[in-house]
Design a protein around this ligand. Structure first.
Ligand code: GDP
Length: 412
C-alpha cells in the first residue's frame, strides 16, 4: 500500500522511524506501509462512567517515541513487563493520570478517568499515531473471528446471570462443538442435517437468552393491571390511579423469573369509547398483545362480569387468565372460567402461583447441559439457510454457511 505524505502522515512516519518500526529510505513520496494496522478500541460502554478502558493494538514503541506516557517507575512502555499494571501520566504536562497494562506483546490496556474528555484525548492521541478507533465487535471479529464476536456480544447482552451462564456454557461446550463438527468435511450430510434440526428445535428458547420474553397484561380499565405489574416487578413502575383509562400508553418493565428475562408490558385499557389521546395507545396495545410470547388477561373478580370482559375471554388467543381482587367479595360466581388464577395484586395472594404458571408457559422445558443451543439471530438465520441448502441437495453451500459462523480455530 502506498501513502501520500502530507503534514500529518509525514509526522506519523517520523514517529514510526524513531520507534524503529520501519525505516524510510529513498523516495519519501511513496513508502510501503508496515503490515500491521494499529487500532484503538473503546472497551467500556459509551457514556460516562467511573473508569474508561481503551485497548491499543499495535507496537507500544510508538507511544514511547511520541512521548505520550510517563510511567511512575521511569521505564518506557516497551520495557514494562506483560501483565503488570503500571501507573503514570498521559499527554502534555501535567497529564492525565492513567493505569496501563500490556496484556500481550502487541496489546495495551489504558484505564483512564471515565469522563468523555480523558477518553477522547487519549483516543485522539492514538489516532494521530495511526491507530484509528474500531468498534469492539468488529475488532473481536477481525482478531478472533465471527464465532468469538457472537460469544462476546452474547455475554455482554445477556440480561441475567442465568442466561449469561448458558451462553458461556454454549460457547465453550455444545454449540461450539457442534458447529466445529458440521464445518468438518468428514461429517456426513445426514449428521449435519440432524445437528441442524437439533439446534433449531431450541431456536425460540435460544433467542430469549439475549432478548427477554414479551409478556403483556391486558383487560378492562381499572381491573388492576398496573397494580399487578408493580407486584410482579416489586416496585412502583406504572402509575396506579382510580380513574379508568389513566394508563394512556404502554408501560414496560423488565423482570427475571427463575433467572429468565421477561419484559412486562401494561397495555392501555381496551375501551370501546375512548378519547383521541387514548386511541393511539390502544392501537399500540393491540399490536403488542398480538406479538407477545404470552398474554395475561386480567379480570376484576370484585365487579360483575362486563360484556367487554366476556368478549375478551371469547376472542383472545390462549391467554393466561387472572381473577384479580380476591381480597374482595366474589361478583362472578360460576361465570368465572375454571382455569382463572385467583389473586390479589393488593395483598400479593396468588402471585407466586401466577409466576409459576407464567414460567410453565414460557419455559416449559430447559435444555440439558449437553444440548446445543444457538442464541444469536445471525447463527439461527445461518442454520435456516444451511437447512434450505441441504434440502436442495447443496451440501457444499450448507457447509460453507456453517463454516462462516463456526469457531475460527477449533483447537483454541
Ligand atoms: P388498571 O387500570 O387495570 O391498570 O388498574 P389499576 O392497577 O390502576 O387498579 C385500579 C384500582 O383497583 C386501584 O384503586 C387499585 O388500588 C385497585 N386494585 C388493584 N388490584 C386490587 C386488588 O387486588 N384488590 C383490591 N381490593 N383493589 C385492587
Amino acid at each position: 500500500m502506498v501513502l501520500e505524505l502530507d503534514e500529518r502522515t509525514g509526522n506519523l512516519f517520523e514517529i514510526y522511524e524513531i520507534a524503529g518500526i520501519f525505516e524510510i529510505t529513498g523516495n519519501r513520496e511513496s513508502v510501503d506501509l508496515p503490515t500491521f494496522t494499529p487500532t484503538t478500541v473503546l472497551l467500556t460502554p459509551p457514556g460516562r462512567g467511573a473508569v474508561a478502558t481503551l485497548l491499543f493494538d499495535g507496537p507500544v514503541a510508538l507511544i514511547d517515541a511520541a512521548g505520550l506516557f510517563r510511567a511512575a517507575n521511569g521505564k518506557p512502555l516497551a520495557e514494562q513487563a506483560v501483565d503488570v499494571v503500571v501507573f503514570g501520566r498521559w499527554g502534555a504536562e501535567p497529564g492525565e493520570e492513567v493505569v496501563l497494562c500490556r496484556t500481550s506483546e502487541t496489546t495495551l490496556e489504558i484505564h483512564c478517568h471515565g469522563g468523555q474528555a480523558a477518553r477522547q484525548a487519549i483516543a485522539g492521541d492514538l489516532e494521530r499515531l495511526g491507530a484509528p478507533p474500531c468498534d469492539p465487535w468488529e475488532y473481536i471479529e477481525r482478531t478472533d473471528g465471527v464465532f468469538a464476536r457472537m460469544a462476546a456480544r452474547g455475554l455482554a447482552m445477556a440480561p441475567t446471570p442465568r442466561t449469561a451462564a448458558s451462553i458461556t456454557h454454549q460457547t465453550h461446550g455444545p454449540l461450539r462443538d457442534e458447529l466445529i463438527r458440521m464445518a468438518d468435511k468428514t461429517t456426513s450430510t445426514e449428521e449435519m442435517s440432524a445437528i441442524i434440526e437439533r439446534l433449531l428445535a431450541w431456536e425460540t428458547f435460544g433467542v430469549h437468552l439475549i432478548e427477554p420474553w414479551q409478556v403483556v397484561l391486558f383487560g378492562r380499565p381499572n381491573v388492576g393491571k398496573s397494580s399487578l405489574m408493580n407486584r410482579l416487578a416489586g416496585f412502583e413502575r406504572a402509575i396506579v390511579l382510580d380513574v379508568p383509562g389513566t394508563t394512556r400508553d404502554l408501560v414496560t418493565t423488565e423482570i427475571a423469573l427463575d433467572g429468565w428475562p421477561i419484559r412486562l408490558t401494561d397495555t392501555a385499557g381496551l375501551r370501546d369509547r375512548a378519547d383521541e389521546l387514548e386511541l393511539s395507545g390502544i392501537e399500540r396495545a393491540r399490536s403488542r398483545i398480538a406479538s407477545a410470547d404470552l398474554r395475561i388477561l386480567v379480570l376484576d373478580r370484585a365487579a360483575p362480569p362486563q360484556d367487554e370482559e366476556l368478549e375478551l375471554l371469547r376472542t383472545s388467543t390462549a391467554p393466561l387468565v387472572v381473577a384479580n381482587k380476591v381480597d374482595q367479595r366474589d361478583a362472578w360466581g360460576t361465570a368465572l372460567p375454571p382455569e382463572a388464577i385467583p389473586l390479589s395484586a393488593r395483598t400479593g395472594e396468588g402471585v407466586d402461583e401466577l409466576m409459576t404458571r407464567i414460567l410453565e408457559r414460557l419455559v416449559p422445558l430447559v435444555p440439558s447441559a449437553e444440548t446445543p443451543v444457538a442464541f444469536d439471530r445471525e447463527q439461527i438465520a445461518t442454520l435456516h439457510a444451511a437447512r434450505r441448502a441441504l434440502a436442495q441437495g447443496d451440501e457444499e453451500s450448507a457447509r460453507q454457511r456453517v463454516r462462516a459462523i463456526a469457531p475460527k480455530n477449533p483447537s483454541a
